[in-house]
Design a protein around this ligand. Structure first.
Ligand SMILES: Nc1nc2c(ncn2[C@@H]2O[C@H](COP(=O)(O)OP(=O)(O)OP(=O)(O)O)[C@@H](O)[C@H]2O)c(=O)[nH]1
Ligand SMILES: [Mg+2]
Length: 311
């Protein structure tokens, strides 16, 4: 390996950027960097910011990062969304100037495309977060667009998950009923400058009151991200949640659960790769054609593929 690791550990941002580029492409070389840097990870507080499209996740993430900077913390941001304003500069017109953040040496942002065919988040996202953690950021913020599955997956990577809702849409209550509320450690009603914010807060409170007795009730906070309002309380709630995890022993349990998830998802990727390598394309096509023609069931076809590497 080159001297990138040394420069990374000395705090050089260019080395961080280059290592992340290699890591996100999920190459064997990228994995060597993850391996080398892993012993330095585990100190950052990983915060997931999730919610519906257009709910203000990017604006909120930027405003939260600004609040963290005001308190003297260093912040890494991963936006898992190809249409993120971080990359397109659409945020320029907003009151909170993301561009200022981009020039701040205490903030590092990276946008990543969501995943491919297998559902959930690409393993490379976990690796990018791990590398940012190793760099020494106090917080790593992960923004994901809320498509249900991604929200649940992000909850696996993040230690505190913030679910962003908006007044007057009604969609969020639907999504919450579908079980997404279970992954939320903190509920945010963003766009609190719009009418109906207090109504939504009451609805959310009513929904939470249905939870089984003794279960944790996530705090509900109002923010107006474009004006930078409510971010101090949100950061306080994030820090309080972290403390709560530490004192209750849930942190250790959560870290073990994350580790299990990470190991199994990487193992699955390795096995799939081995199967692909052991299977000539023509053989795969032949099996696929038979399944499509209903001459063979997909379980038998998959078992034949798996048999090629299980010997
Ligand atoms: N009125 C109001 N508008 C807001 C607020 N926060 C964000 N917005 C606006 O809502 C729009 C969407 O904001 P984004 O931050 O891009 O939302 P997002 O959830 O990241 O969007 P996607 O990543 O595309 O799903 C933008 O026009 C923002 O300026 C707020 O607190 N009040
Ligand atoms: Mg966004």
């Amino acid at each position: 390996m080159d001297d990138l690791v040394e420069r990374f550990l000395a705090g050089e941002r260019r080395a961080l950027a280059r290592i992340i580029s290699r890591v996100e492409n999920n190459t064997p070389e990228g994995r060597e960097y993850v391996r080398a840097l892993f012993p330095h990870s585990g100190k950052a507080h990983i915060v997931g910011i999730t919610g519906g499209a257009g709910s203000g996740k990017s604006t909120l993430t930027g405003a939260l990062a600004r609040e963290m900077r005001n308190r003297g913390y260093q912040v890494g941001i991963v936006a898992v969304d190809p249409s993120s304003p971080f990359t397109h500069g659409a945020i320029l017109g907003d009151r909170i100037r993301m561009q200022d953040l981009a020039l701040d040496p205490g903030v590092f942002m990276r946008s990543m495309a969501g995943r491919g065919a297998l559902g959930g988040l690409a393993p490379a996202i976990d690796d990018v977060v791990s590398v940012m953690d190793s760099f020494g950021f106090d917080y790593v913020l992960i923004e994901t667009v809320g498509a249900g599955q991604d929200e649940v997956e992000i909850a696996g990577t993040a230690l505190s998950t913030v679910l962003v809702n908006n007044p007057g849409t009604g969609d969020d209550i639907q999504a919450l009923k579908a079980g997404i509320i279970e992954i939320a450690d903190i509920l945010v009603v963003n766009k609190a400058d719009h009418p109906g914010a207090d109504v939504l807060v009451s609805q959310l409170q009513a929904l939470l009151s249905l939870a089984p007795a003794g279960s944790r009730r996530p705090p509900i906070l109002k923010t107006t991200a474009i004006k930078g309002e409510g971010l101090g309380k949100l950061l306080d709630a994030i820090d309080a949640h972290r403390k709560e995890l530490e004192t209750s022993g849930d942190l250790a349990a959560r870290l073990r659960e994350d580790a299990r998830h990470a190991v199994l998802s990487i193992a699955r990727a390795i096995l799939l790769e081995k199967i692909r390598q052991a299977t000539p394309e023509a053989e795969l096509e032949g099996l696929v054609a038979k399944v499509a023609a209903r001459e063979l069931d997909p379980h038998t076809a998959a078992e034949r593929l798996a048999a090629a590497v299980s010997a």
